[in-house]
Design a protein around this ligand. Structure first.
Ligand code: HEM
Length: 428
């Protein structure tokens, strides 16, 4: 029987705690046990960022927080962290609520849409509106989704192009370079105006500009650009991928979908979800969490061994590639009974406290996702606001197409949007 890549990954733990696999020309060791995942993710000096795909991405987008190496990481994390402090979230959530309501309010009963790109429209708009809030940023906000798509496409194409063809001056390559240059100069111009105004707008841009090193220096324009591109790349497809999967899982589990509808009807009564609703949106939170378990957006993440070391009794010389993968660990039956089933209520069970390294959709250790709370808040607000007014119905087979996206392979599917309360949906 031929296994799909997800089935193949899920089958690895049966072969051991550390399994060597070959991906194209590369060999890598995949960690299949939570203790090993925890060790690799927390010993981030020895297991530094790296690996073939990672190195290509880094070459293209520079040294932002997600791609810089260990020696630069601590400084960058300290400078960027204030932008993701919990106290900032209610403000970001307001922008999320507004944008999610605007996108979903434009849908029409019976409309056919491709779920993946529609969720991306939500996540790129949310990010643009939390990074920049100054009036003069309007054109930049409007341009972010197109920039984001072009950068993602350009990156995907480059990642998949054999090394020897990478230097060819193709049209796509020239466009990618033009788009990144335009974005860089737009960010630089906005940074200049923010500095000139000196107003703390409470948005990501203001916080990045205000961050100071121990010696009093701040981030340069080039560093601010690298951080913003990093946020766009790390914080849009991940959320869109998770939301698309959540709705696909709800389609496959009508009984859970019905319970979610009851919850959002009681809590929201048809209006968009906001920050204050979050504590009451229990099931929506569990649906999002269970989706992250079953369909973690970062399928496989690599590290490079920086000095000779040993892992699970296996000698790993410097330069070896080690990979961790939520799909592998989240499918272990000893950690998650009925691991392949979509069971949001498993997270109700107070006994289910996965040990370190066992629930890693956001990674773990020093390189853990800085946007985990941001992404979760956005995901729950979008899931609930949509469920309050809309359902997605599958269309006939054959209308599905695959789109290759970073960081995972997002299968986008044409879906029919159906108004839950008739075509005259409750007002926003
Ligand atoms: C459902 C949503 C999300 C998922 C599943 C996710 C997943 C991840 C994972 C697995 C990592 C660790 C990668 C590694 O260890 O190599 C990561 C890192 C990162 N994520 Fe997210 N992410 C999400 C949302 C976001 C959002 C919304 C943002 C920003 C607005 C963001 C920004 C970042 C950054 C900057 C890093 C690098 C952190 C560091 O190295 O210090 N992510 N993310």
């Amino acid at each position: 029987m031929l296994l799909g890549s997800q089935d193949f990954l899920a089958s690895l733990p049966s072969q051991g705690d550390l399994v060597e696999i070959k991906v194209g020309p590369w060999r890598m060791h995949v960690v299949c046990h939570p203790d090993l995942a925890h060790h690799v993710l927390t010993a981030d000096r020895i297991f530094d960022k790296g690996g073939p795909m990672f190195n290509r991405t880094r070459k293209l987008i520079g040294d932002g927080l997600a791609s810089c190496l260990h020696d630069q990481h601590r400084r960058q994390r300290r400078l960027v962290q204030p932008a993701f402090h919990r106290t900032r979230m209610p403000r970001y959530a307001r922008a999320m609520t507004e944008h999610i309501a605007a996108v979903t309010g434009s849908w029409r009963d019976g409309q056919l849409m491709d779920l993946g790109p529609e969720m991306t429209k939500i996540s790129t708009g949310v990010l643009a509106k939390t990074i920049f809030t100054a009036d003069f940023c309007g054109p930049a906000i409007a341009a972010v989704p197109a920039y984001s798509e072009m950068i993602q496409r350009g990156l995907t194409r480059r990642l998949l192009t054999p090394a020897m063809l990478q230097r060819l001056p193709t049209r796509g390559k020239r466009r990618f370079e033009r788009v990144t240059r335009e974005l860089e100069s737009a960010v630089s111009a906005m940074a200049e105006r923010y500095r000139h105004d000196g107003v703390d707008r409470g948005d990501l841009m203001s916080i990045l500009l205000a961050s100071r090193d121990e010696d009093g220096s701040g981030l340069t324009d080039a560093e601010i650009y690298a951080e913003i591109v990093t946020m766009i790349l790390a914080g849009t497809e991940t959320v869109a991928y998770t939301l698309s999967h959540a709705f696909r899982l709800l389609q496959q589990h009508p009984e859970i979908e019905a319970r979610l509808h009851t919850e959002v009807d009681e809590v929201l009564g048809g209006r968009p979800a906001s920050w204050d609703d979050l504590p009451s949106l229990d099931l929506a939170g569990r649906v999002f969490k269970e989706t992250l378990r079953l369909a973690p957006s970062d399928w496989i993440v690599t590290r490079v061994v920086t000095e000779d070391t040993e892992l699970a009794g296996c000698a790993l010389p410097a330069g070896s590639i080690v990979a961790f993968c939520g799909l592998v660990i989240h499918q272990r039956a000893d950690l998650y009974p009925q691991p392949a089933s979509f069971l949001p209520d498993r997270w109700l069970d107070q006994q289910l406290k996965p040990p370190s390294g066992a629930f890693i959709p956001f990674g773990e250790g020093g390189r853990k996702c800085i946007g985990d709370v941001f992404g979760t808040v956005e995901g729950i607000l979008a899931l609930s606001t949509i469920a309050a007014r809309w359902r997605f119905e599958r269309t006939e087979p054959g209308r599905t197409r695959s789109a290759l996206r970073i960081p995972g392979f997002t299968k986008s599917a044409v879906t029919r949007v159906v108004a839950r309360h008739g075509s005259h949906a409750p007002p926003n």
